[in-house]
Design a protein around this ligand. Sequence first.
Ligand code: FAD
Length: 477
Amino acid sequence: MNRHGGNDALSSDRTVGRRSLLKAAGATALASTLAATTAGRASATEELAWDAIVIGAGYAGGTAARELAAKGMRTLVLEARDRIGGRIWTGSFAGEQVEIGGGWFGPGQTNVERELQRYNITTSHDVAATRAVMPSGTGFTSQAPADAFGHLGTLFGQFYAGSETYFERPLEPLYRQDLLASVDATSLAARLGQLGLSTTDQKWINGSTSVFAGGPSSTGGLAGMAQWYQLAGGTYDGFLSTMSLKPAGGMISLLQAMLAGSTAKVRYNSPVTAITQGSTGLTTVKTASGVSFRAPVVVVAVPVNVWRTITFNPGLPQVHADAALEGVGVPTATKIWLQVRGVSDAVYAQAPEGSPILMMLPQKQLADGSRLYVAFAGAGLNVADAVAVQAAVRNLVPEATVVTYRAMQWGKDTYTRGGWALRKPGQLLRQLPAIQQPHGSMVFAGSDIASGWYGAFVEGAIESGLRAAQQAAVIAG
Ligand SMILES: Cc1cc2nc3c(=O)[nH]c(=O)nc-3n(C[C@H](O)[C@H](O)[C@H](O)COP(=O)(O)OP(=O)(O)OC[C@H]3O[C@@H](n4cnc5c(N)ncnc54)[C@H](O)[C@@H]3O)c2cc1C
């Protein structure tokens, strides 16, 4: 296993099924030719023909690869980065293990729970807030967390009223398709406008909706967040609990375990640039370095926002092309780790939409008395400007002095081009279930296109990886 937990070595003694041997025989001449044409770029001994190729080693691709390899299929994962995990990135900051991307899961996320159990990975609870800083008429006010979350719960109860009916079965979002037309067309901002709330209460809601929309609340769909709310049990406490649990070893530990126990090979630093479905039944996947790999079936497990950077031949079906153009991943998903001094308690802070920092969550207290916080920033904050970051933090917590910080702008990341996903108005009915369907010998995976805990949850990535593996196995025959 390499330092990122990937399975670097293609084990020569792995079990290969009869189907694979037959296909490999047909592909040998092809592989030799390719090896020759890519001389100097691909090793002569490198295998270029596989039973299945998975593009992207995030949770969706990792799940699909593990499942396909478990069926005896020789499976290659082509990963653009030098690490697995994609939008899950367990890194370090201020000497501590931190999550640069996704950080939590919650109870009731059954795929994650089952997988954690399978690999004996334990979990711990996140730090509870001891004070809440919330918008007031003139600025901000400090409250007991129970009071603040209680009021937020009341407001969100109004905001999502009716969602228990139109998302009667939230794991099957189209179960009450008959009720969804107007809901799906409604943005978060429009829904807020329907409620007739006081200005302060509007700020309480839009500080939260604009975080999840990763931009203006007008860009995020009500249906997207209402589905999460119902998945979490239809209460605000349930919704908060989706950010409560952490796996031992970080969010990456489960994916590492999944791939370490698999014969699937991960090839790093291999961004895919083109996928061509051939008439011979083999699909060719070309990487930026010019090396091509072939397989009867290919799983595309990169973020939807990245699809537009890959040349598909034949082109993507209309629904996929539309999603790629519109984007599903939110534009601004800037997560900042802060080490601060001068704050004696564990503050949860939330600011109105448009603020430079929209949300701050308390994390660990360090031995020297300083504290770690996670913040989510709005598009207006220049994270390269330490003075601006300090001012944005003091806007919420005036006594805080930022010692150091680490920001990740997922919207600007080449291999994500967006953050987590939140469907835009209309995308649910326009895209599901068509976007989950195979296109010839190509199948699609990713939390962005999951049915249940889609978009902002590893749970959905695993769901879609399992579905993609089933579809791929059928295509492979
Ligand atoms: C800031 C942030 C916070 C989040 N918080 C949470 C949370 O608390 N809990 C939670 O459950 N989820 C959270 N999420 C969402 C979660 O991270 C994602 O839903 C999930 O990780 C997506 O998995 P995936 O496999 O679908 O996509 P990805 O993780 O994006 O994996 C796709 C992979 O494809 C690779 N790739 C891209 N382009 C190419 C190419 N051309 N060729 C080859 N490979 C390519 C990428 O490098 C990546 O490894 C968060 C996301 C972000 C950004």
